[in-house]
Design a protein around this ligand. Structure first.
Ligand code: 5GP
Length: 217
């Protein structure tokens, strides 16, 4: 018996182009005890994206009604579209004892940190990681290597990156991005350590029973 009491809500934020999507995909592929919390967005689905797998794609009216129904743990506008993390999704996965991967922006991370002050489920599970290349040149190179973005969008994302780097101080961990394998390994190191926190684990029952017997002798 593992004696596990609660999972880790493993939040990763990064400037766009930092390699966050790849590291998240690699982490999920290599760790069967880690599941992704699917979040909501009002942006249109990109080619190949599937509703309920990549995001819950909502229209503006549906999103607003979820805000009004207090369905979100956090929600924010990112590059002109709304994004939000459903309470029900996170609660369900955390209560099943799984580790949850949450790929959200720095505004969402700040909102969840604030929420942790009053919500014990989030307080006991939230671990925040900020991922960034170690140099501005590398950040810009990675952004530019995504041939799909126009110059205007690249400049907008670079300005946003400067703001996001400023917000990185409030995160629990800072991971400087190198190779894909090294990034995944570093994330796994954090996740493994956090999973072994005493507050997240109880002694196995069989061990307690044996200790009780020996203590009684
Ligand atoms: P994309 O549209 O490229 O998939 O994501 C754009 C940004 O929105 C990424 O930085 C992603 O992490 C962030 N994001 C995705 N879901 C959420 C969410 O539920 N809340 C917040 N605050 N950001 C999100």
């Amino acid at each position: 018996m593992s004696g596990r009491t609660s999972g880790v809500l493993f939040l990763i934020s990064a400037p766009s182009g930092a390699g966050k999507t790849t590291v998240c995909q690699n982490l999920l592929a290599a760790n069967s005890d880690l599941v992704r919390a699917i979040t909501c967005t009002t942006r249109p689905a990109r080619d190949g994206e599937v509703n309920g797998r990549d995001y819950y794609f909502l229209d503006e009216t549906e999103f607003i009604s979820k805000i009004e129904g207090d369905a979100f743990l956090e929600h924010a506008v990112v590059y002109g579209n709304r994004y939000g993390t459903l309470k029900s999704e996170v609660q369900r996965l955390l209560e099943s004892g799984k580790n949850i991967l949450l790929n959200i922006d720095v505004q969402g991370a700040a909102l969840l940190r604030r929420r942790a002050e009053s919500d014990p489920l989030i307080r006991d599970s939230l671990v925040t990681v900020f991922l960034t290349p170690a140099s501005w040149e590398e950040l810009e190179r990675r952004l530019r290597s995504r041939a799909t973005d126009s110059e205007t969008i690249i400049l907008k994302r670079l300005r946003a990156a400067a703001v996001e780097l400023g917000a990185s101080e409030a995160f629990d961990y800072l991971v400087l991005s190198e190779t894909m394998d090294e990034d995944r390994r570093r994330m796994e190191t954090i996740l493994e350590g956090e999973s072994m926190r005493r507050s997240r684990n109880q002694l196995p029952e069989v061990l307690c029973e044996a200790a009780e017997k020996w203590g009684a002798k």
